[in-house]
Design a binder for this molecule. Structure first.
Ligand code: OKP
Ligand code: ZN
Length: 314
C-alpha cells in the first residue's frame, strides 16, 4: 500500500469563508492533513512525501478548461469561475491544487502497474470542482482526473463517501457508461451543494443508470449508513469495474463541525472492511473532514478495515 501527501500543501490556507453574509473561519485548513499524517504514522502506516508537480497540462485539461486553469493560476476571483463564496483563490492555491491533482494521478498510475491500495492524502479537496468552476473548497477535481486516466485501461467505479454530494464528479461522467458514479451523502435540500445529489439524477444517454445518488437524512447513524453502503456496493459489483476510486470524506463523523451524520470513529473500520470485499484495486482520494481531533483516528480505522479485508482474502 502507498500513502502520499504533498509536503507543500500548507501554501493554500484560506482564512475565512463568506457564509450568510458573515466572514467565518475557514475549516479547510492545512492542519487537517498534518493531523492525519501524525495518526497514520503512529499507527504504523507508511506515509510518504510525494515528488513535486509532474501532471501535464494535457492531463489537467481533459477535465478542466484551459481558460479556467489560467484563471486559477492568475488568482482570478471573478464570479464566472465560482459557484459559491466559500472558495477563495490565494497565492498558493494554484500550486497546492495542482500538486493535489498530481499526487492523486501518480497514485492512479500505480494502480495500473499492479498496486492494490493507494491513498492520496491531499487537500484542497476536488469533488465539487467542475470543468470551469471552483466551489465547495475545491479547485481541481482530483478524483475525476484520475478516473479519466484509469478509464483508458478499464471501467472505473467512483464511490463518493463525503457527506456532500460530488456535483463536479457526477457532471464529468454523467453521459458515460464506462465510469460509474455512486454517492452517499446528506440530503441536498438541507446541505451543500443544494442543487444536485437527488435520486432522480441517474445519468443521460449512454450514461443512463450509471449514476447513483443515495441521499440520506441528517442524523443518519450506523444502521442507516450501512444499508446505504450495501446498496452502493451492490451496484458497483453489478458494474464489475477494473478499478475503484473512493472520494473519501470524513465529514460524515458525528463530531464534524459542518456535517450532520452520526458516525462514530470506530465505525470507519466496518466501512473499510465492507468496501474491501469488492476486491478491487483501490485509490482513496481525500475529500472533506473537518474535526481535527477525530479525522486522523477515523482514517486509521478505515485503513485497518480495508487492509484486514484484503489480508483475509489473501
Ligand atoms: C466541501 B467538501 C458552512 C458552509 C459550508 C460548503 C461545504 C463544502 C464542503 N460554513 N458549505 O465536500 O467537504
Ligand atoms: Zn464534504
Amino acid at each position: 500500500m502507498i500513502i502520499k501527501y504533498n509536503p507543500h500543501h500548507g501554501l493554500h490556507h484560506p482564512k475565512f469563508e463568506l457564509f450568510d453574509g458573515k466572514l467565518v473561519p475557514h475549516v479547510e485548513i492545512p492542519q487537517r492533513i498534518d493531523y492525519m499524517i501524525v495518526e497514520l504514522l503512529m499507527a504504523g502506516y507508511p506515509v510518504k512525501e510525494a515528488s513535486d508537480n509532474g501532471i501535464s497540462l494535457k492531463e489537467l485539461s481533459k477535465v478542466h478548461s484551459l481558460e479556467y486553469i489560467q484563471a486559477v493560476r492568475n488568482q482570478t476571483n471573478e464570479k464566472q469561475y465560482k459557484f459559491d463564496t466559500y472558495t477563495p483563490v490565494g497565492k498558493g492555491t494554484f500550486n497546492t491544487a495542482l500538486v493535489a491533482a498530481n499526487v492523486t494521478l501518480q497514485l492512479a498510475k500505480e494502480l495500473t502497474k499492479g498496486e492494490r491500495l493507494a491513498y492520496a492524502l491531499v487537500r484542497p479537496p476536488g469533488h465539487h470542482a467542475t470543468n470551469s468552476q471552483m466551489g465547495g473548497y475545491c479547485y481541481f477535481n482530483n478524483a475525476a482526473i484520475s478516473a479519466e486516466h484509469l478509464s483508458k485501461t478499464g471501467k472505473v467505479a467512483i464511490l463518493d463517501l463525503d457527506l456532500h454530494h460530488g456535483n463536479g464528479t457526477q457532471e464529468f461522467f454523467y453521459d458515460r457508461d464506462d465510469v460509474l458514479y455512486v454517492s452517499i451523502h446528506a440530503d441536498p435540500k438541507l446541505k451543500f451543494p443544494y442543487t444536485t445529489g437527488f435520486k432522480a439524477e441517474v445519468g443521460v444517454g449512454d450514461g443512463k443508470s450509471f449514476n447513483l445518488n443515495i441521499p440520506l437524512p441528517l442524523g443518519t447513524g450506523t444502521n442507516g449508513y450501512t444499508l446505504a453502503l450495501e446498496q452502493a456496493l451492490n451496484r458497483i459489483r453489478k458494474f464489475n469495474p477494473e478499478y475503484l476510486i473512493i472520494s473519501f470524506g470524513l465529514d460524515t463523523h458525528e463530531l464534524d463541525p459542518i456535517g450532520g451524520f452520526r458516525l462514530p470513529t470506530g465505525y470507519y473500520e466496518l466501512m473499510g472492511f465492507l468496501i474491501s470485499q469488492l476486491d478491487l484495486p483501490t485509490l482513496i482520494v481525500q475529500e472533506g473532514g473537518y474535526n481535527l481531533e477525530v479525522i486522523g483516528k477515523a482514517s486509521v480505522n478505515f485503513l485497518n478495515g480495508l487492509t484486514a479485508g484484503i489480508t483475509i482474502r489473501g
